[in-house]
Design a protein around this ligand. Structure first.
Ligand code: KG4
Ligand code: ZN
Length: 332
C-alpha cells in the first residue's frame, strides 16, 4: 500500500509547529518554534502577541519541516491543521495557512482537534499501541479521562469541574515565585522537598476531577505562612494531585476492565507523575504509556498523526472550515 504523508500544522496556543509524518506513526520532522520567552515577560500567554508571532514564523516553520523531512510540496498527501480548542486568533493563523496550502497544492484538508492530537502523540511513541485504551489527558487547558474506543471514537468518562491540572501547576508556581511556565519548575523544585504538608483532596462525583480546592489551599498557605518551605509545598502539591489522578484511574479500570492506560498532554512530562504511574502499573499489572517528552507538550507531529487517522476514516474538511475555540473532544 502507498505511504500516506501528512503535513501537520499546530498554532493553538504559544507554539508554532509543523511536522511531516508517514502513515500516522513515523515522524520525519517536527519543527517547534516556542514563544515562551516572549510570554514569560507577562507571566502568561498574551493572545494578541501569540497570533502575531505565529504569522511572523509560520512560513519558515513549514518550510523547515519539509526540508528536514526531505520532502517537497508534491510529496504531501494531506494537509492537517488544528482547528480547536485554543485561542481563536492563534488557531486562525495555522488553519488559514493550511487552507491556502491545501488549495494551492490541491491536496485534501483535514481539521484536527488539539486534544485528540495529544492522544495521538502516543501512536508516534509506541508502534504497537492500538485502541481501545483509557487516556488521561493532562495539559494546561484540559483534564479529561477518555475511553478511546477507536482511532477517531472517543467517550469522555471524566473531566475537571473547574481548573485544568496544568492551570493549577502554573498558578501554584506563580504564587510561590517560580514564574511561567510553572509545571517544569515545580517538577524541579519538588526534588529538593518532602511531601509533608497536608493539602485537601476534593470530593467530586464519578470520574471527574477538581483542582481549584488544592490550588486555593496552596495560595492561602503560602500567603499565611510566608516562610513555609517552598520545595516541601511543591512536593506535597505534586503528591496529592497525582493521588487524585490515580484514584480515578483505579475506578476507571474497575468500571471498564481496560488495562492499557495512556497519558497525554504537557503535564504528562512531569517526572513525579511518570514515576508514580509506573509504580502503579507494576503493582496493579496494568500497562502504562507516556508520549516521549518532546511529544507531551504542543507539537505538530501529534496533529499530523491524528490527521492521518481522520483522513483514513474519510473525515475531510471543506475550505470553509472555521476555528472553534471551545471545540470538544469527538467534535461535539
Ligand atoms: O499540552 P500543553 O503544552 O498545552 C496545552 O494544550 O494546554 O501543556 C502545557 C502545560 C502547562 O500548564 C505546563 O506548566 C505543563 O503543561 N507542564 C508541566 C511539565 N511540563 C509542562 N507540568 C508539570 N510538570 C512538567 N514537567
Ligand atoms: Zn496542548
Amino acid at each position: 500500500m502507498k505511504n500516506i504523508i501528512t503535513l501537520g500544522i499546530e498554532t493553538s496556543c504559544d507554539e508554532t509547529s509543523a511536522a511531516i509524518v508517514v502513515n500516522g506513526r513515523k515522524v520525519l520532522s517536527n519543527i517547534i518554534n516556542s514563544q515562551i520567552d516572549i510570554h514569560t515577560i507577562y507571566g502568561g500567554v498574551v493572545p494578541e502577541i501569540a497570533s502575531r508571532c505565529h504569522v511572523e514564523v509560520i512560513n519558515q516553520v513549514v518550510k523547515e519541516a519539509l526540508k528536514q523531512a526531505n520532502v517537497t510540496y508534491n510529496d504531501i498527501d494531506v494537509v492537517c491543521a488544528t482547528y480547536g480548542p485554543g485561542l481563536v486568533g492563534a488557531l486562525l493563523v495555522g488553519l488559514s495557512y493550511a487552507k491556502s496550502l491545501s488549495y494551492a497544492i490541491q491536496k485534501p484538508l483535514v481539521g484536527v482537534n488539539h486534544i485528540e492530537g495529544h492522544i495521538a502523540a502516543n501512536y508516534l511513541t509506541y508502534e504497537e499501541l492500538k485502541p481501545p485504551f483509557l487516556c488521561l489527558i493532562i495539559s494546561g487547558g484540559h483534564t479529561h479521562l477518555v475511553k478511546v474506543n477507536d482511532y477517531t471514537k472517543f467517550e469522555i468518562i471524566g473531566k475537571t469541574k473547574d481548573d485544568a491540572i496544568g492551570e493549577a501547576y502554573d498558578k501554584v508556581a506563580r504564587v510561590v515565585g517560580l514564574g511561567y511556565p510553572g509545571g517544569p519548575k515545580i517538577d524541579k523544585l519538588a526534588y529538593e522537598g518532602t511531601p509533608n504538608i497536608n493539602l485537601p483532596k476534593s470530593n467530586v462525583e464519578g470520574l471527574n476531577f477538581s483542582f481549584s480546592g488544592i490550588k486555593t489551599a496552596v495560595i492561602n498557605l503560602n500567603h499565611n505562612k510566608p516562610d513555609i518551605n517552598k520545595a516541601d509545598l511543591c512536593a506535597s502539591f505534586e503528591k496529592v494531585t497525582t493521588e487524585m489522578l490515580l484514584e480515578n484511574i483505579i475506578k476507571a479500570i474497575d468500571e471498564t476492565q481496560i488495562k492499557n492506560i495512556v497519558l497525554a498532554g504537557g503535564v504528562a512530562a512531569n517526572s513525579y507523575i511518570r514515576r508514580e504511574f509506573e509504580k502503579f502499573a507494576q503493582d496493579k499489572k496494568v500497562k502504562i504509556f507516556f508520549p516521549e517528552m518532546k511529544l507531551c507538550t504542543d507539537n505538530a507531529a501529534m496533529i499530523a498523526s491524528a490527521g492521518y487517522y481522520n483522513y483514513v476514516e474519510g473525515k475531510i474538511a471543506s475550505l470553509n472550515l472555521n476555528a472553534v475555540p471551545n471545540l470538544k473532544i469527538g467534535g461535539n
